[in-house]
Design a protein around this ligand. Structure first.
Ligand code: ASP
Length: 327
């Protein structure tokens, strides 16, 4: 059995952290690990464990998912989430949904109650309403530091990754527009992020889940890698992967699936495959990281950014939480 979680990757420096804030982050990660682990320990499935851990992180306002999500240019909070059951190769995802307390739970309902994998925008909200998922008012999601982040991003004319310093993605529409759509490489503020979990249960079944508010000041219904199966989230009978970072690059590299593909087609170990996938991301200027687990319960958490909020729990209950680079 194994469980690993992340709370986002990016420019996370010890010099920018206060002891109190660090304690809060660690507390949020620990609570999520314990919540997911309790399910695995009592014989529950990896699917239930990753959903439970991600719900805990969505409810924690310092991370960019659920409550505390970042704001779009229009001052909205639009969230993306996905969940995947590796044993049955089933997945569900939602993109730019609003007012949903736990987008990962809605993603699971897409998987279980529809014949689709990904529902977006108003349609996804209508689905939620139809099946009785309670909507929360805007105030529930609001946090002042996210609002201030948006004002700064608008003033500086940039679409801000939550905590990344990678060069702007200059593809397609973004490069062509002159009205502030171009992603700027100006240094970001407040590093806090997207959340995810991967787990292996007592039967060796794997699952992954990821949830995010995306990028501050995003426009035009932008969807990131989180909701895209194979990019930010993936699980099969080889491994389960949840990613965080500059989503455009994770989509270009199909990073989450890339880990599974390298294991399957190159017979690499989990650790080697995940490291190669992150190395490839680095070659295309993508910043971020991932967490992954295989059927033997091995966990790996590579990243190419300054830091990544991350943690894992081993049989026996020993919890490991790290934020910065350890070497
Ligand atoms: N990958 C997320 C996105 O691009 C952001 C993050 O991981 O912080 O929407």
């Amino acid at each position: 059995m194994a469980l690993a979680i992340h709370g986002g990757a990016g420019t996370i420096l010890r010099s920018q952290m206060t002891p109190d804030l660090e304690r809060e982050y660690r507390g949020g990660l620990e609570t999520a690990l314990k919540a997911g682990w309790a399910i695995l320990e009592s014989g529950g499935s990896s699917l239930d464990a990753v959903e439970r851990a991600v719900i805990s992180l969505e409810d924690f306002p310092l991370f960019n998912a659920g409550r505390g999500s970042v704001f779009t240019h229009a001052g909205e909070q639009e969230m993306d989430a996905a969940i995947m059951d590796g044993n049955n190769l089933r997945a569900g995802a939602v993109a730019f949904v609003k007012n949903i307390k736990n987008p990962v739970g809605l993603a699971r309902l897409v998987m279980e109650r529809t014949e689709h994998v990904l529902l977006a925008g108003e349609g996804a909200n209508q689905f939620a309403e139809q099946i009785g998922v309670k909507a929360e008012p805007d105030e529930y999601f609001f946090t002042e530091h996210r609002w201030l982040q948006l004002q700064e991003a608008i003033a500086e004319g940039r679409v801000q990754l939550d905590h990344a310093n990678s060069p702007p993605y200059e593809g397609g529409v973004a490069a062509a527009s002159a009205d502030g759509v171009v992603l700027s490489d100006a240094p970001p503020r407040k590093p806090i992020g997207t959340v995810g979990a991967v787990a292996c249960d007592k039967n060796g079944h794997l699952a992954a889940a990821t949830s995010t508010g995306g990028m501050t000041n995003k426009k035009f219904g932008r969807i990131g890698d989180t909701a895209i199966i194979g990019s930010g989230t993936y699980a099969d009978q080889t491994c389960a992967v949840s990613c965080t970072g500059h989503g455009e690059y994770f989509m270009l590299a199909a990073t989450a699936f890339d880990v599974a593909a390298r294991m399957k087609y190159k017979s690499l170990s989990l650790e080697a495959a995940a490291q190669e996938a992150v190395d490839y991301l680095t070659t295309i200027n993508g910043e971020g990281g991932l967490i992954a687990v295989d059927t033997s319960g091995k966990v790996t958490l590579p990243f190419n950014s300054d830091g990544m909020y991350r943690g894992s729990i081993a049989p026996g209950g020993a919890i490991e939480i790290e934020i910065y680079k350890t070497q």
